[in-house]
Design a protein around this ligand. Structure first.
Ligand SMILES: Nc1nc2c(ncn2[C@@H]2O[C@H](COP(=O)(O)OP(=O)(O)O)[C@@H](O)[C@H]2O)c(=O)[nH]1
Ligand SMILES: [Mg+2]
Length: 279
């Protein structure tokens, strides 16, 4: 059953039992089930429970959370190379997003080099190399497991392209070693270009829902996050995660991933999101 159908049925039950705490919990439970998280679910349910038109009230509330964070992915072409660093936990879609961004930039005649800094898994560089040959970009990589910071150093010292996109290894936000590795990548980069990375993007998987906020807080400690790209909005995402992230992190949403091909990155549209979510 779609969220809206469930909402409709919850609303009619709420009308029947108006004023009872059961009906209020129903709306709150529904929001929790859609991955809004307990805090935001309770705030929203509380704010709109007495509105005559619950659906419109919910829509208005969601718009007020999401609209200020709508953003378009764009780069500052006066900076060369414009350095984009992608970070995030394992499987969130970093490597795929490298390909999506490279495709998007190349279509605008902006040249792209890629630094393969997931040096922990051999398969990771292989995966990126496949994309690189498909998209016809240049890749900086190491053939043996090496310090990812040295790959960044080499890439940033030698790139002649307009942009350099850096893929990193997935790390759990609570893995101290890997987090300090990421810190080192930032530090080494700044030795060559104090202003790099010009865009530090946190990549998130909308289907995991649960600890997205904790992830972001841990990555934020290492370097300020410019914005987020939320992937897998096509799959099992219940939608609430994106609202929760927007509400709690107040970070611009630079894009949403809607599939596994290089073309599957879209600007985040609040209208489209609410339409998909509520209808
Ligand atoms: N359905 C869907 N799958 C995605 C999306 N982005 C990435 N994936 C898939 O998620 C898996 C992990 O992606 P990957 O880029 O390797 O994640 P990484 O570990 O962060 O580099 C791969 O199977 C991707 O094809 C998306 O937007 N939608
Ligand atoms: Mg990867």
């Amino acid at each position: 059953m779609s969220f809206f159908k469930k909402l409709k049925s919850a609303i009619s039950k709420m009308i029947e039992g108006k004023g009872t705490s059961t009906s209020e919990f129903m709306l709150e439970d529904l929001l929790i089930e859609a991955d809004f998280g307990p805090t935001l679910s309770s705030i929203i349910a509380d704010e709109i429970k007495n509105e005559p038109d619950l659906r419109t009230a919910l829509k208005t509330k969601l718009e007020s959370i999401l609209l200020p964070l709508m953003s378009n992915f764009s780069i500052d072409t006066t900076k060369k190379p414009f350095v984009i660093l992608l970070e995030g936990v394992n499987g969130s879609g970093k490597t795929t997003t490298v390909a999506k961004l490279a495709f998007l930039l190349k279509n605008k005649n902006i040249s792209v080099d890629i630094a393969a800094c997931d040096t922990f898994r051999a398969a990771a560089t292989e995966q990126l190399s496949l994309w690189v040959s498909k998209l016809n970009c240049k890749i900086f990589k190491s053939d043996s497991p090496r310090d990812p910071a040295s790959v960044v150093f080499e890439a940033l010292s030698h790139t002649k392209s307009d942009t350099l996109i850096i893929d990193t290894a997935g790390r759990l936000q609570n893995n101290v070693n890997l987090m300090s590795e990421l810190e080192k990548i930032h530090r080494v980069m700044k030795k060559i270009d104090e202003s790099a990375p010009h865009m530090n993007v946190l990549i998130m998987d909308a289907t995991t829902g649960q600890n997205l906020i904790e992830q972001a807080r841990a990555f934020e400690k290492i370097a300020p996050i410019s914005g987020i790209i939320i992937n897998k909005m096509d799959g099992g995402s219940k939608g609430g995660a994106i609202v929760r992230v927007a509400y709690e992190l107040k970070l611009p949403i630079l894009g949403v991933g809607i599939g596994e091909s290089e073309r599957d990155l879209e600007n985040f549209s609040v209208d489209k999101f609410l339409k998909d979510f509520m209808e």
